[in-house]
Design a binder for this molecule. Structure first.
Ligand code: SAM
Length: 722
């Protein structure tokens, strides 16, 4: 990698800065990341370029790496952050959020006082600057990972909002809200993909070009926010803080705003910067709702009488809908899902149901904000709500909601959600670093292996010397098409036949049947712990977990629960991996016998990609994944015979030993919001000896094997009869 000589004293500050950006770009850091850090350095070194340029900008590279390291720590704390984002509504807790506006002096701005919040540290004999919270000294160690985040922000008035924005950016895939009837999210982000250091965000819906223009305009119009001492969060503190409202109303000088000015404020401060994604809910609907809320507020403020309660009920039910989900909209407009005792009829206004209560034979359990008498608070209501909001129980980076619009079954049958594969008992897996050779890692790499102008490293070897992923975080199209072809037309591809097939041997140890064949698989290899690149390197996608908005839902076609995307997805996007217990082939066989007699099905996948490469495979090396009792969202993905929108790809992460690998699902084409996600289980509907009963397939595809098999059987019967 060539690093230019930059010691020409005749160069202007801007030219030197450009040179610094260029050098950093070459090692994988974009200008957007480097710019604020360079500003800090320039500030700390009192504009002395010589110190910054020394050793080919070593000090700058160190500071950028520190920044990246912090981002990685933040990733680890995402679950906490998610709660913090909610908790930040409590203004008392953001006392410690400090805004240091316009304190920096840079080559590009007027000089001002140096920020007292900067911490200097010696590295390679030089001062380098780190960002430090004013309260870091008192911070307990467990919270330190979240201190000292220093970022730039455009000027905004509301601090809590600003902090929310910050958290959103640092963890851009985290959906902090329960999946609402209408998803509100900022319509533009101030940061480019590289600043966020997460490639997939490029394809998220709603990143309009206006947002990009805004980003560039604001590059140096910055403030520094310091997030210090993120508070411990208890569930109690997730309540809306009404004390501020009461204080404001009780204070002298409080004046009730007019409806017009209230709506205008909502429009100016909220609707301009948020985008409603659900096609069923428009900004007009939101204004309607705000109007209702306002009227409710007025009624309470003026001690309204009982006659007005009916109105309030309808408002509060709308709020319930907003809070709980769009989930409860049955196609006929009936809205009743969460509360089976509560019969309501719906009338659609611009896609959002306005609800009238019908007499019910049983007491209503509907949620009502307006009438505390009406809603008996019950702990049982709360527990399932958490579950419905996030079936992953907080273990994933995103919440995954559950919704049933078609039957009375509220939740899927019990299983334990695990975000990563876990050994059941006998499986042998070793993630020893010593077993990873130089040819299977890139310890010499630095930054992002997918940076332009960087020659692909050893980690691209499995995929023919080219990385599997694009800089947008998608599987390269030709490679994806190969995987699709392997999955859809397996007979056109190579198979290997084991001498002693574990699947057959477990059925009949003495006289096993010949191997039926295993598809020769291609692998994607990701960078991992022995690699020198950073955690946000573009060649680490599956290991970073689910980032898209998913929902478990009841399918209308009687396939049981299924999984769908809430946002449009491009071709080649990572959805999730198949997660389950890692069991040996024998353990799986034994489970299947038990579940067969109990009529309880397991849905295993064989990790058989390497079974043919060695003879005498031990039982603890012939592994499978079983998501029946322990699993992730993948256990809800239904089967589709001929044209599923997901394809499974074997991914090597922790070990080059292909006895164990990850099975990751990627989109085979662009997928619309709310479309069900499906993959081909490769079921043999004719195999009557299979321990698992094949289901009656309702995939609906033209090439449905089950339907075609039935048709074949039917016409055969007709031929015989004739
Ligand atoms: C891995 S689970 C998928 C989630 C499942 N639908 C549920 O409710 O938990 C596989 C089971 O889903 C059902 N299923 C999946 N795909 C189907 C299809 N195309 N037609 C009918 N049932 C299907 C079958 O009952 C099958 O045994």
């Amino acid at each position: 990698m060539s690093i230019a000589n930059t010691s020409d004293s005749a160069m202007t500050n801007n030219q030197k800065a450009s040179m610094a950006f260029k050098v950093m770009e070459e090692i994988g850091f974009s200008k957007e990341i480097v710019k604020p850090i360079l500003k800090e350095l320039w500030n700390v070194y009192d504009g002395n370029w010589q110190l910054i340029e020394e050793d080919n900008f070593q000090v700058l590279a160190d500071a950028v790496l520190d920044y990246v390291e912090k981002k990685t720590n933040e990733e680890i704390g995402t679950s906490l952050k998610r709660m913090c984002t909610e908790n930040l509504k409590d203004q008392n807790e953001i006392k410690r959020v400090k805004v240091e506006a316009n304190k920096l002096h840079t080559p590009f701005e007027e000089k001002s006082e140096e920020s007292s919040q900067l911490r200097r540290r010696k590295r390679n004999g030089k001062d380098i600057v780190l960002f430090k919270s004013a309260h870091a000294e008192e911070t307990p160690p467990a919270r330190k990972a979240l201190t000292g985040i220093c970022i730039k922000e455009p000027v905004v008035k509301d601090l809590s909002r600003k902090l929310d924005n910050h958290l959103e950016r640092t963890a851009p895939f985290i959906d902090d809200d329960p999946q609402p009837i209408a998803v509100l999210q900022p319509s533009h982000s101030q940061f480019t993909r590289n600043e966020d250091l997460v490639p997939q965000e490029d394809y998220s819906v709603g990143n309009d070009s206006g947002g990009k223009a805004n980003r560039e305009d604001n590059v140096f119009d910055t403030q520094i926010i310091e997030v210090a001492n993120i508070p411990e969060v208890s569930l109690d503190s997730l309540e809306v803080d009404s004390s501020r409202l009461y204080t404001a109303i009780g204070s002298q000088g409080f004046k009730m705003p007019s409806l017009h000015s209230f709506l205008k404020a909502v429009q100016d401060n909220c609707l301009g910067s948020y985008q409603i994604i659900s096609p069923d809910f428009t900004k007009l609907d939101l204004l309607e709702l705000m109007k209702d809320i306002y009227q409710c507020f007025l009624e309470f403020g003026t001690e309204s009488n009982d006659g007005k309660r009916e109105k309030r009920k309808s408002v509060s039910t709308n709020l319930c809908l907003l809070q709980h989900n769009s989930n409860h909209r049955a196609p006929n407009g009936l809205v009743s899902r969460h509360h089976p005792n509560h019969r309501v009829s719906g009338q659609s206004i611009g896609g959002m149901e306005r609800i009238k209560h019908l007499p019910s034979s049983q007491p209503s359990s509907s949620c009502s904000l307006a009438d505390p008498q009406q809603h008996q608070f019950n702990l049982d209501d709360v527990q399932p709500l958490h579950y419905l909001n996030d079936i992953s129980k907080g273990t994933e980076r995103v919440k995954i909601s559950v919704v049933n619009e078609f039957s009375a079954e509220k939740y899927p049958p019990k299983f334990d959600y695990i975000p990563q594969n876990t050994v059941y008992q006998n499986a042998y897996i070793s993630f020893a670093l010593a077993r990873i050779g130089d040819e299977d890692s890139c310890s010499g790499c630095f930054g992002d292996c997918l940076s332009p102008n960087v020659v692909p490293c050893a980690c691209a070897r499995e995929t023919g010397g080219e990385f599997a992923y694009t800089r947008e975080g998608l599987v390269r199209e030709e490679l994806l098409d190969e995987f699709i072809s392997l999955s859809r037309e397996p007979l056109k591809h190579h198979h290997f036949y084991c001498k002693e097939c574990p699947i057959e041997k477990v059925k009949n140890e003495v006289n096993p049947e010949p191997c039926k064949g295993h598809l020769v698989r291609k692998f994607v290899k990701e960078c991992w712990n022995k690699c020198g690149c950073y955690y946000q390197c573009g060649n680490r996608i599956v290991q970073r977990g689910i980032t898209c908005s998913l929902q478990v839902f009841m399918t209308p076609e009687d396939k049981g629960w299924g999984l769908r995307t809430l946002k449009k997805l491009p071709k080649g996007a990572f959805i999730c991996e198949y997660v389950g217990e890692i069991v040996t082939n024998t353990e799986l066989y034994e489970r299947n016998i038990v579940s067969f007699s109990n009529k309880r099905h397991t849905y295993p996948v064989y990790l058989d990609a390497d079974w043919g490469s060695e003879s005498g495979l031990k039982d603890e090396e012939a592994l499978c994944l079983d998501g029946t009792l322990y699993g992730n969202v993948a256990r809800f993905i239904n089967h589709r015979c001929s044209d599923p929108n997901l394809v499974e790809i074997p991914v090597e992460v922790e070990t080059p030993d292909h006895h164990y690998y990850h099975l990751a699902f990627f989109t085979t084409r662009e997928i619309a919001a709310f479309e069900e996600l499906t993959w081909d289980y490769h079921m043999d509907f004719d195999d009557e000896n299979h321990p698992i009963d094949a289901f009656k397939c309702k995939c609906g595809s033209k090439g449905c094997n089950d339907v075609n098999r039935n048709k074949r059987a039917h016409s055969k019967a007709l031929v015989i009869r004739h």
